[in-house]
Design a protein around this ligand. Structure first.
Ligand code: ADP
Ligand code: UDP
Length: 242
């Protein structure tokens, strides 16, 4: 890593978080590591960190242009981005446009069923408990988020959907579902973490081919090639020869 950084603060399943000389900024290093099923299945996939770092930068920039406040500051290396340091809300916000994944398993509904209006769900970010689904009342009762945070998280999650659904549709991709994380800095709630094919479902609009982490979950192969295809279709510039 060429960008000057301080201590390693946290090593997650896919990214490592470093301090920087500025107490309000963090360095996020996107590793090639990938995991599924709460970390039970793991692999290192060459180029994944670089591709995800660039897809995230592209998406976060489009969101900021549309008025969504995000933590993203700028790319500082092939696998590194500078972000504003947040106090994270330990709640994952999921938006669904099409039924898939845990929704289908939980409710027995048909995979591929369109959801209009989109469905918004909350999960507690806790791998040991397998990220259980929660309601806004759980978040309030246990102090995971305030009423104002919850209102803003819902509003921003759906605003993200209004921006990204057409962005992906124009690239011939159906944005099926995605997970967002938010955090606070100086009293403001910002979109944090990442928006990459690791945290959303992207289906080719014509064939339904999976272009996201389900390729890894289901051993379909071609995981990073699919992420690169997403980048190519969105018009994301990837560094040559990386
Ligand atoms: P996980 O913790 O789920 O294994 P990652 O490997 O992606 O996930 O680790 C990144 C960690 O950094 C996550 O816990 C995420 O909540 C946290 N994070 C993301 N953005 C920020 C930010 N701007 N400030 C502080 N923490 C952040
Ligand atoms: N997701 C995520 N991290 C999680 C849980 C879910 O990024 O810890 C994403 C997942 O990739 C999908 C969406 O959130 O795009 C909805 O996930 P779901 O609840 O269907 O769970 P899954 O079956 O993917 O575990």
């Amino acid at each position: 890593m060429s960008y000057p950084h301080g201590a390693e603060l946290y090593r997650g399943k896919a990214k490592t978080v470093y301090a920087t000389a500025d107490a309000d900024l963090l360095l996020l290093h996107y590793r090639d590591d990938t995991s599924a099923f709460d970390g039970e299945k793991k692999a290192a996939l060459s180029r994944k960190g670089m591709v995800n770092n660039h897809i995230n930068a592209f998406v976060m920039t489009r969101l900021a242009e549309a008025g969504v406040p995000t933590h993203f500051v700028r790319l500082v290396g092939p696998q590194e981005s500078l972000v504003r340091r947040l106090s994270m809300v330990p709640v994952e916000c999921v938006v669904r446009n099409v039924a898939a994944g845990s929704l289908v398993r939980r409710l027995g509904v048909t995979e591929g069923q369109r959801l209009a209006p989109p469905l918004y769900e909350l999960f507690l970010k806790n791998d040991d408990l397998h990220d259980p689904m929660i309601s806004e009342d759980h978040a309030l009762a246990f102090g995971w988020a305030s009423a104002a945070d919850l209102k803003r998280m819902r509003e921003l999650s759906l605003q993200v959907n209004a921006v990204l659904t057409p962005l992906f549709a124009d690239a011939g991709i159906t944005l099926v579902d995605y997970k967002l994380e938010f955090g606070r800095q100086a009293g403001e709630l910002l979109l944090g973490d990442e928006f990459t094919p690791d945290g959303c479902r992207l289906w080719d609009a014509g064939s339904g081919e999976r272009l996201d982490k389900d390729r890894f979950r289901r051993d379909l192969g071609g995981v990073v090639e699919a992420y690169e295809e997403v980048a190519r279709r969105l018009g994301v510039d990837l560094p040559a020869g990386e």
